[in-house]
Ligand binder design. Structure first.
Ligand code: ADP
Ligand code: MG
Length: 792
């Protein structure tokens, strides 16, 4: 195997590893090889290409050095990414090490140092072309980044639903958004969305759709293709020019009949070609960078937007963090694929066509032999990568589970520590990775066996062709220059071969790795994507349930035949056992879910026809679970009210009886409250939420166990504030403490998903029923308490 070839192969491996950031022009270093290889061959050692110390040799070795260097970079990038320096660490196409990360710089230096020793590693594990990628995720920087995720069951369910409900989706692709976004979000068409026309088996389809939809990128992609084509053509010019140089030289050496001026002309021509190649290459790399970054943005916007339009159910089955993981993996694989494909397809086809045409011109048997290699080679590749892809999907599933667990464990680290479950948790992840290793071993073994067959066959054919060439030259059928040209073309033919098999591998890889990403993009859109309601809210809204039934999951009804009206300016308490369906009722009012049967009305307008955002524009809510962001008090209170002033925020905090503790915090309104508000106590979190609801000042206020974590004194104070707020709006309170609901206009008793009773607190207390029963328990409990303290 010749050195330069090996370098190329390694490069293909490298591209697969580090490809996350590699777009058009990542793979253009090959031209140096032609010169290097040809001259080296002239010097008598085809094998030693790139190993000598002459300039030509050095040129031949350049590619190899880049590959080694890239390989090291890959390792360093992994570290760099872990240090949160993705962008800096991302190699660019020219320097490939614009990163600021010290490890990265060290790696670059080391790579430069070891450039001339690159060959040592040839065939070794480190530079095995197939290895880094197949080794998979452990070694892949992109994947290392993927911190969290979870099961795919939900996604699959969604995808199935999608297949059944496809008819309701519009197929309008997003256009260009005037606000500068790459995608537009049409307000009118409720199902207008990114929609992939058909879920075909081939991964290419999805990716090609993405390219089709990324309209603003089209001119850039075209430009990149033009530049790549120019570069590929320039590359072809080099061996041809060299043929003339060699002919000139051999004429001079053998017969003294060389023309020095011609030699100088060819030299200048080669110089010109090389300069042009560097210029085109640089421009191409810049364009490639542009495409890479815009594509990243486009895909992120697309995915993020999609997330907002998915039905609430989708999130019920999700493990947090999975979304990010899918996004990372999806974007990485798509970007890789597009980069690799552009880098390989155009030059590959050009080189193959050019090479075979010229070879056939000199000798049709050689041309035919070379041509015959392609179908065989590609067939083997197809077979091997298909299997590989299937295993990759399986591996991804296991890995998703493991990473999802890690993310959950970190979120619940207190729980894990309290119950001493560290070992058990660690083992669970470790076991999953053992399974992943097993799958990978199979992937790798199968790949290498087929790869061996592929390469072995290729080498045999190439050696046979070489023999024919030598023989023809020996017999005088080919000039020395022609021989050099033919050998170079032959060597060049390997490139499209590897290129094409590489592309097939990439298709599989992209298919497997972007599967979850596209599954999400293919889910039906249930909500509009818009932040403000198109219509103004009703000033005095009223909410009616008309024989509403609901189930989260098939077969287990949560609400059954609920008919009730919540009138304007009314304060209603929902009472019932835990799990009775109170929060579910609120979820329906928020239009987070659609009823299974019956309908909801907002001031006479059916929910089915109302925009989600319009319905929600009426409602301020304090959630049962603490819904807070890991940011400042100011941001949390003012959430959803972009122009809120400090005065407004402070007033809301005061009304919620929260300003006292906020003002004691070191940073006041700017105090960071930690993830989901971990730095606050339960009661403090609730008061922040209450302040948020107060600030929003909506005609409907819903408090879902909003004061359950408050101590009696705080509750009393908050209650006073809330009483003022209750005037002039519809208020729905869910509370277990009867002291909280003693002043409401109406109590609605929910039992087992139905409305069991309704009336004023006094009426219900007198009537036999659930309310009286619950009240009795609480009074008895209090009595007991009082007697224990001998206060009665
Ligand atoms: N997202 C969900 N998916 C499936 N089942 C749910 C979901 N949320 C609640 N449930 C179930 O619905 C029933 C009612 O829950 P909920 O309305 O939260 O009760 P509560 O009256 O205590 O607020 C419970 O049995 C609960 O297990
Ligand atoms: Mg509840």
């Amino acid at each position: 195997m010749d050195g330069a070839h090996a370098a190329r192969v390694r490069c293909s491996g490298r591209k697969r590893i580090a490809g996350a950031s590699r777009l058009p022009f990542g793979g253009f270093s090959g031209y140096a090889e032609y010169i290097g290889k040809a001259l080296t061959f002239q010097g008598g050692s085809y094998e030693a290409a790139g190993e000598g110390s002459s300039g030509a040799h050095a040129a031949g070795g350049r590619d190899r050095r880049r590959c080694d260097h890239d390989h090291r970079l890959h390792g360093a990038r992994m570290d760099a990414r872990e240090h949160g320096q993705e962008d800096g660490a991302r190699p660019d196409r020219s320097g490939r090490h614009r990163g600021a990360h010290p490890d990265l710089r060290r790696a670059v230096q080391a790579a430069a140092r070891c450039g001339s020793q690159g060959r040592r590693a040839q065939g070794g594990e480190l530079l095995d072309p197939a290895r880094p990628d197949r080794e998979g995720r452990l070694g892949n920087p992109r994947r290392r980044q993927e911190a969290e995720l979870g099961s795919r069951a939900q996604l699959r369910r969604g995808a199935d639903q999608f297949l059944n409900e496809r008819s309701c989706r519009s197929r309008q692709p997003p256009g260009h958004h005037p606000g500068g976004s790459l995608i537009s979000f049409p307000a009118q068409n409720r199902y207008a969305a990114y929609a992939i026309p058909k879920q075909k088996k081939r991964g290419m389809t999805n990716i090609l759709n993405i390219i089709r939809l990324a309209k603003p990128l089209h001119p850039w992609i075209v430009l990149a293709c033009i530049l790549i084509t120019v570069l590929a053509v320039l590359q072809q010019a080099t061996p041809v020019t060299l043929k003339f140089v060699v002919d000139e030289l051999s004429a001079q050496i053998t017969a003294g009949a060389g023309d020095y001026d011609r030699l100088v002309f060819f030299f200048l021509l080669i110089l010109g070609i090389n300069i042009a190649m560097v210029v085109v290459n640089t421009a191409g790399q810049r364009v490639g960078d542009h495409i890479a970054s815009r594509l990243g943005r486009f895909l992120t916007e697309l995915y993020y937007r999609k997330i907002f339009t998915l039905e609430q159910r989708h999130f019920d089955g999700e493990i947090s963090g999975k979304v990010i993981n899918q996004l990372n993996r999806g974007i990485g694989s798509i970007r890789d694929f597009i980069g690799q494909a552009t880098n390989w397809i155009i030059p590959g086809i050009l080189q193959a066509a050019f090479g075979i045409a010229v070879l056939s011109y000199f000798d049709w048997t050689i041309g035919l032999l070379a041509l015959s290699v392609f179908p065989v080679y590609i067939a083997i590749t197809r077979y091997s990568t298909k299997k590989w892809g299937e295993r990759q999907v399986k591996k991804n599933t296991h890995e998703d589970a493991a990473r999802g667990r890690i993310a959950e464990v970190i979120a619940n680290i207190k729980l894990v520590r309290t119950y001493n479950a560290q070992r058990q948790e660690w083992k669970r992840v470790s076991d999953t990775y053992r399974t992943i290793n097993t799958i990978y071993d199979r992937q790798s073994t199968q790949y290498h066996i087929l790869n061996f067959i592929r390469e072995f066959g290729l080498e045999i054919i190439f050696v046979a062709v070489l023999f024919i060439i030598f023989r023809k030259t020996y017999l005088g059928d080919l000039s020395l220059g022609e021989m050099v040209l033919v050998i170079q073309l032959l060597a060049q033919l390997r490139w499209p071969l590897y290129g094409m098999s590489f592309i097939l591998e990439q298709v599989q890889q992209a298919d497997a790795d972007s599967k979850a990403f596209f599954e999400v993009l293919n889910l039906p859109e249930r909500e509009d994507f818009q932040t403000s309601a198109a219509r103004p809210p009703v000033a005095e809204p009223e909410i009616s349930f008309d024989r509403v039934s609901f189930a989260y999951e098939d077969g287990s009804p949560v609400l059954t035949d609920v008919t009730i009206t919540f009138s304007n300016r009314e304060t209603v308490a929902l009472v019932g056992h835990s799990g009775a369906g109170k929060t579910t009722l609120i979820n329906l009012i928020l239009k987070l879910y659609e009823p299974t049967r019956g309908r909801l009305l907002l001031s006479g307008k059916s929910y089915a026809e109302a925009d989600h955002s319009w319905v929600r524009s009426h409602i301020a809510l304090v959630f049962q679970d603490n819904e807070l962001f890991s940011s400042t008090i100011r941001e949390n209170v003012g959430y959803g009210v972009p122009g809120a002033t400090d005065e407004q925020i402070i007033r809301a905090l005061e009304q919620a009886n929260a300003y006292e503790f906020v003002s004691k915090l070191k940073d006041g309104l700017d105090a960071q409250i930690g993830e989901r508000g971990v730095k606050l106590s339960g009661g403090q979190k609730q008061r922040i939420q209450i302040a948020r609801a107060i600030l929003h000042d909506k005609p409907i206020l819903i408090l879902d166990e909003a004061t359950s974590s408050l101590d009696s004194r705080s509750e009393h104070l908050v209650q006073d504030a809330l009483q003022k707020l209750f005037k002039n709006r519809l208020v729905i309170i869910i509370a277990h403490r009867f002291s909280t609901i003693q002043n409401v206009d109406r109590v609605v008793v929910i039992d087992n998903g139905t409305i069991a009773d309704a009336g004023s607190p006094q009426e219900l207390a007198r009537r036999k029923g659930l309310y009286a029963e619950l009240l009795h328990y609480q009074i008895e409990g209090n009595k007991k308490l009082l007697s224990q303290y001998e206060l009665r």
